[in-house]
Design a binder for this molecule. Structure first.
Ligand SMILES: CC(C)(COP(=O)(O)OP(=O)(O)OC[C@H]1O[C@@H](n2cnc3c(N)ncnc32)[C@H](O)[C@@H]1OP(=O)(O)O)[C@@H](O)C(=O)NCCC(=O)NCCS
Length: 199
């Protein structure tokens, strides 16, 4: 699994990711029923510079999970989504850990997540990540204060980010080359066809 921060050039991938979610998964992610149009407007407003958007990619360089952190003056809000067929493989856990580290590098002091109270995976993920969870009227709120990163963690973060970008573009290159090669195999005449006598 490759976990890396997304750039403004990947806005359409984020849009397609959210638009492909079922109504139930949209409800879990956004804590309400949400239309295609509203999702699209939400993605248009995502700020890849001020906020943080981190993606999880599979072995085909496909986006399979997304984590966001929207900066606030006192507290910053996080949100998570993993493709249904990829859940339960600790992708969400890796995303929250990476988002914590990035947040600490950027001086974010407090983070929170809002989720529906019956959302057991999100609750477990938050508790495992050391967040304090409280519930009011069917909605849960997980919060955690973050300490500033140490020099050692900064070095770790730097190495991780570089590695993940390198692994992503390496994987993407292999996938693209693979599809190019398959395409050319289909169009290049095979030796038997070239040598076949014409009528
Ligand atoms: C919440 C979500 C991101 C978790 O992603 P994930 O990759 O499945 O998470 P993990 O595999 O790291 O599992 C996290 C915890 O949930 C538990 N879990 C996973 N699937 C579960 C399930 N179906 N039922 C109960 N617990 C489950 C895991 O065991 C783990 O807990 P543990 O560390 O105590 O063992 C994912 O379920 C999701 O995308 N849900 C829809 C969107 C959403 O709910 N977002 C939250 C609001 S922003």
């Amino acid at each position: 699994m490759i976990i890396r921060p997304l750039t403004v050039f990947e806005r359409e991938s984020v849009r397609n990711f959210y638009l492909s979610l079922t109504p139930e998964d949209r409800r879990k992610r956004f804590c309400c029923t949400i239309s295609d149009e509203t999702i699209s407007k939400y993605v248009d407003r995502l700020n890849f510079t001020r906020d943080m958007v981190v993606g999880a990619f599979d072995e085909s360089a496909q986006l399979v999970g997304l984590a966001e952190l929207v900066r606030g003056a006192m507290e910053s809000e996080m949100a998570f989504s993993v493709r249904p067929e990829k859940r339960g493989q600790k992708i969400g856990t890796q995303l929250i850990q990476r988002l914590f580290l990035r947040a600490r590098m950027c001086g974010v002091a407090k983070v929170f997540v809002l989720f529906l109270s019956d959302n057991t995976p999100m609750r477990r993920m938050a508790l495992r990540a050391g967040m304090a969870v409280s519930t009011v009227d069917g909605e849960s709120h997980a919060v955690r204060a973050l300490s500033a990163a140490t020099a050692e963690e900064l070095a770790h973060w730097y190495a991780e980010e570089n590695l993940s970008h390198g692994r992503y573009f390496g994987t993407l290159g292999i996938v693209r080359w693979g599809s190019l090669l398959n395409r050319s195999e289909a169009t290049i005449p095979q030796p038997a066809e070239v040598l076949a006598p014409t009528a």
